[in-house]
Design a protein around this ligand. Structure first.
Ligand code: NAP
Length: 285
């Protein structure tokens, strides 16, 4: 019988510390504020935005949405971004991505202040994640995986860790964070020769491929810790992860569900980044 790793429990455990840290900043006259920049109105962006707003309110962090029309031009988009970047009352910027196809994020990745870059767009923060410098901001999802493991007291040190997926927002940074914590990490992708074997040998298996229920029972090792980052829709229209939960839960020692797993921790990580960003920016000024 496996233990279900509940994102809500992890978020709840993080909440008190985040509230205290926010209050501490407010006593110093700093009011942490997150700006979310959204171009258009994609359903998944709106869903994340609602969750993030709720979480920030719970913790006492201000939240602004900068809503831009989906036909906005590159120049106007960059101008709006620069305004938020220069605004001293904003301590964190979350840009919903991917942007519409006619817009490029290249310039704003260069422009964004590294202390406001709470979801790791800039080269500075990417380099910090890859060099093990914890003063940077990892992508919230990648750090949420680490927080989840910590909450359930699962130490990657010395363990065989397999990560499926090598994107810059999920697989690669997750691998780096777990390598920093002394896991022996194998990073898999579509060209991996024997994915089943790589998954099966893992003591900690992280699925971040974006393929509904692709991790089946035969791919999971007995007693493995299985963390599912995927957010997919199955053929019946239901939200599901990359792991076939019903099958794999019979074998895993710990398993995170979708929904209700990693996704529920990301907004708490986002809040922690805004608080840290506010602290850094205040020290800099
Ligand atoms: P992505 O950019 O599409 O990357 C997917 C990665 O998975 C690629 O590296 C790809 O390999 C690999 N992959 C795909 N199919 C595979 C297969 N059959 N076998 C082995 N590797 C395979 O996706 P992403 O942005 O990283 O997102 C991954 C999943 O996480 C999605 O479901 C997304 O919705 C979810 N997500 C969740 C959160 C959260 O808060 N929980 C946040 C972000 C993303 P190649 O490199 O070889 O193409």
């Amino acid at each position: 019988m496996s233990t279900i790793m509940k994102g809500a429990d992890v978020a709840k455990a993080m909440k008190e510390t985040l509230i205290l840290e926010t209050e501490e900043l407010k006593k110093q006259g700093i009011h942490p504020c997150l700006a979310m920049i959204r171009v258009g109105a994609r359903g998944d962006d709106l869903a994340y935005e609602r969750g993030a707003k709720k979480r920030m309110a719970m913790i006492g962090i201000q939240c602004r949405t900068i809503e831009l029309p989906d036909d906005i031009g590159q120049e106007a988009f960059e101008q709006e971004f620069c305004k938020a970047n220069a605004d001293r009352s904003i301590h964190g910027i979350l840009l919903f991505r991917p942007l519409p196809a006619h817009l490029s994020e290249e310039n704003v990745r260069r422009i964004i202040h590294p202390y406001k870059d709470v979801d790791c767009m800039s080269a500075v923060n990417i380099a910090k994640v890859f060099s093990g410098d914890e003063t940077g901001f990892a992508p919230c999802t990648a750090e949420a995986v680490v927080r989840m493991l910590e909450h359930y007291q699962i130490d990657p040190k010395g363990k065989k860790v397999t990560v499926v997926g090598r994107s810059m927002v999920a697989g690669k940074p997750i691998s780096m964070l777990l390598l920093d914590r002394h896991g022996t990490v194998t990073l898999c992708h579509t060209k991996t020769a024997d994915l089943k074997e790589e998954c099966k040998k893992a003591q900690i298996l992280i699925a971040a491929a974006g393929r509904a229920k692709m991790i089946t029972e035969e791919m999971a090792g007995e007693g493995a810790v299985v963390v599912d980052v995927g957010i997919n829709v199955d053929p019946d229209g239901h939200l599901c992860g990359d792991v076939d939960f019903e099958q794999v839960k019979e074998k895993a020692s710990y398993i995170s569900p979708v929904p209700g797993g990693v996704g529920s921790v990301t907004t708490s990580v986002l809040a922690s980044h805004v608080i840290r960003g506010a602290r850094y920016l205040h020290t800099e000024n």
